[in-house]
Design a protein around this ligand. Structure first.
Ligand SMILES: *Cc1c(COP(=O)(O)O)cnc(C)c1O
Length: 407
C-alpha cells in the first residue's frame, strides 16, 4: 500500500501518554521512497520541483532535498523556510500572484533561481527592484491560456481566474519585456490544473501547453529555454491504492521531447507529500442529537482543514482501543451512521459526515490517511486556541526498527 497507515502499537509508542491522542505522524522513509519513484519516472529533460505550500515542515524539505530538482515557493516566507531548512545550496523558483517589491527584493537577496511573473504591472515592478539592486532576474511569464484547454479538468486557467497573464495580452507582455532590461525572459509557466487523477488527460494538457508555448515564442522570436507545466498530478482520495500514472505521463512527454526542446519543469505538491502522513485523533465524546449520531475529536478542522476545504470524503480508519480508565460506563455508537466533528464551537467543524461505522466509542482513534499535503499547512491552527496536535516525524531508521518488530 502506498499510504502510510501506522498500527495502534506504533501510534501509542509515538504519542504522549498523558493526554488524548492528537497528532500528525509522518513517515519520512516512505516519503523518501515515494519521491524517488516519482522523480525516476521522468524522462531526461524534465525536472520535478516540490511545491512547498503543500507541507513546508523542515523535516519534509530536508528529506526531499537530495531527491527533487529544487523547491517552488510562493512567498518571501517560503523562501526563508526553504533556505533555513536546506541552506544556500537549494535551488528555489518562485511563483504566486499579488507579488510586491519586498518579494522581489527577497528573490534577489536569497538567490532565487527564477521568478514567475503573473501580470504586466509585475514585470515593471520586478524590473524596477532588480534595477535598484543592480541585478538581472531570470523570469518565466505565467500565462492563463485561452480556453478551452484540452485535459484541464479542475482548472486555474483556460477560464477567468486571478492567475497569470491572459493569453490575449501576451503581445503586450512581450512588448513590456523590451523595456525591462533587468529581466531575462527564459520561458513560460502554465500551471493550470489541480488534482488531475488521469495521467492521459494530464499528458494531453502538457503537450498542448508545450506546443502553445512554442508557438507564442516563435511568433515573438523569443528564446524558449524553460516551460514550467506546474503541479496538479492527482491524489485519488477515494481510491487510495491507485497512484497517478507517472509512467504514462512520462512516456508521452518522452515521445514529444526532442533534442533542443526546452527544459520541462513540474512543481508538484500534493502527490509528493500526501501519502506519507496521517492525522490521528481521539474520540473525546459521543452523543445523539435530534436522532443523529456524533463523535467529537480532540482536534478538528483547525488541524486538518482538507476534508472541509475540498468538501470531499477523506479516507480514514477507525482504530478501536480497550483502555477505559473511568469509573462510569463507556459510551459509543454501534452499527449506525456517525458524523465525526472536531472541538471547535462552529457547526462547520465536520471531518466525516454520516459515515456508516460498526463501532466508535470514547477513547477510540480516528486516523485520517493521506494527510501529508494541504493538511496542517492550510489549517487555522489558533482559532479557539486549543492545543496544537503533536507533529511527529519518523526518520527512516526508526521506521525500519518498527518493521523488524512487526508492529
Ligand atoms: C499549488 C500550486 C502548485 C502545486 O500544486 P499541486 O496540485 O499540489 O501539485 C504548483 N504550482 C503553482 C503555481 C501552484 O499554485
Amino acid at each position: 500500500m502506498t499510504a502510510f497507515a501506522p498500527s495502534l502499537e506504533t501510534i501509542e509508542h509515538l504519542v504522549s501518554r498523558d493526554r488524548p491522542v492528537s497528532a500528525f505522524i509522518h513517515d519520512l522513509d516512505a516519503l523518501d521512497r515515494h519521491a524517488r519513484g516519482l522523480v525516476s519516472a521522468l524522462p531526461p529533460g524534465a525536472e520535478l520541483f516540490y511545491a512547498i505550500k503543500a507541507n513546508s515542515d523542515p523535516a519534509i524539505l530536508r528529506t526531499l532535498a537530495p531527491i527533487v530538482a529544487g523547491f517552488e515557493v510562493a512567498s518571501a516566507g517560503e523562501i526563508r523556510k526553504a533556505r533555513e531548512a536546506i541552506g544556500v545550496g537549494a535551488r528555489i523558483i518562485m511563483g504566486g500572484p499579488a507579488r510586491t517589491a519586498t518579494d522581489f527584493a527577497a528573490v534577489i537577496d536569497h538567490m532565487v533561481e527564477r521568478v514567475h511573473i503573473e501580470s504586466i504591472h509585475l514585470l515593471h515592478l520586478a524590473n524596477a527592484v532588480a534595477e535598484s539592486r543592480n541585478a538581472t532576474l531570470p523570469i518565466l511569464l505565467r500565462v492563463n491560456l485561452s480556453g478551452p484547454v484540452p485535459g484541464a479538468t479542475i482548472t486555474m486557467g483556460g477560464q477567468p481566474t486571478q492567475f497569470g497573464i491572459d493569453e490575449a495580452e501576451i503581445d503586450e507582455a512581450v512588448a513590456t519585456l523590451a523595456v525591462c532590461p533587468h529581466l531575462r525572459f527564459e520561458g513560460f509557466h502554465l500551471h493550470t490544473v489541480s488534482n488531475n487523477l488521469d495521467a492521459e488527460t494530464h499528458a494531453d494538457f502538457c503537450l498542448e501547453a508545450l506546443s502553445r508555448a512554442r508557438r507564442i515564442a516563435d511568433r515573438h522570436g523569443l528564446d524558449l529555454r524553460v516551460v514550467n507545466l506546474g503541479g496538479g498530478w492527482g491524489v485519488d482520495y477515494a481510491r487510495i491504492d491507485s497512484l497517478f500514472d507517472v509512467d504514462c505521463l512520462a512516456g508521452r512527454l518522452r515521445d514529444a521531447l526532442e533534442p533542443g526542446s526546452p527544459q520541462i519543469q513540474f512543481e508538484c505538491g500534493r502527490i509528493v507529500a500526501a501519502y506519507c502522513a496521517v492525522y490521528v485523533s481521539e474520540v473525546v465524546d459521543v452523543k445523539t442529537n435530534h436522532g443523529e449520531a456524533f463523535a467529537l475529536l480532540r482536534g478538528g478542522s483547525h488541524h486538518f482543514r482538507l476534508p472541509s476545504a475540498w468538501r470531499h470524503r477523506h479516507p480514514f480508519v477507525v482504530i478501536n482501543r480497550e483502555n477505559w480508565i473511568w469509573k462510569w460506563p463507556r459510551r459509543g455508537h454501534t452499527d449506525c451512521r456517525v458524523t465525526v466533528t472536531g472541538e471547535l464551537c462552529t457547526p462547520k467543524d465536520v471531518l466525516l459526515e454520516a459515515e456508516p461505522l460498526s463501532a466508535l466509542r470514547i477513547g477510540d482513534l480516528v486516523c485520517f490517511l493521506l494527510a501529508g499535503a494541504y493538511g496542517w499547512d492550510i489549517s487555522h491552527h489558533d482559532f479557539l486556541s486549543n492545543a496544537h496536535p503533536e507533529r511527529i516525524f519518523l526518520p527512516a531508521r526508526q521506521v525500519g526498527a518498527d518493521k523488524e518488530m512487526n508492529i
